[in-house]
Design a protein around this ligand. Sequence first.
Ligand SMILES: [Fe+2]
Length: 208
Amino acid sequence: MQSAVLPVYLALARAVEARNPYTFEHSVRVADLAVRFGRFLGLDGALLAATEIGSLLHDLGKIGVPDAVLLKPGPLTVEERLLLQRHAVLGCAIVEPLGLAPQVLAVIRHHHERWDGMGYPDGLAGGRIPLSARLVSLVDAWDAMLLARPYRGKLGELSARREIRRHAGSQFDPVLAALFLEFLSGGRQQDVPAASQGSLLVLGAAVV
Ligand SMILES: [Fe+2]
């Protein structure tokens, strides 16, 4: 399948790299894995393309977060955390002139929402969170856990899987989390949709 990523999206993602190389590499990996997981779920067409573009640009708003917060090696204060959390809304504001599809904007704005409604920026819960954002939230967390950061070591795959399972139903959509673990256990080796038939209905793709 052809990538939906146009040069302008790549250029935007690279603009973030100038601030923080970690973010660009992370975004490319998240986009790659999100597309493969999306195919595994049976997503295609506009929704898969939106998932790919949204994943690549999900942290674009970090370009507007001060270095003192973005690159801080230790834990953030409450004020610093609020500044960092602005990246979800800021990312949407930056790409607004591009007239991107609502599903792309949904990934950028909602990739930090939580299934239990305790996420940001809108505190959406459950199926009210667009599917593409729920999907990217999982892949984003997975990639972040596998990478060592200045403030913590990296987790191994087994520990990261345990974390996904532990937070299914609170942070993550429980059905999607179970399918992601299934995908990680072998489905990602395949390049064709392999998820149980009807999984899209279970996930409520129409909510997107
Ligand atoms: Fe983010």
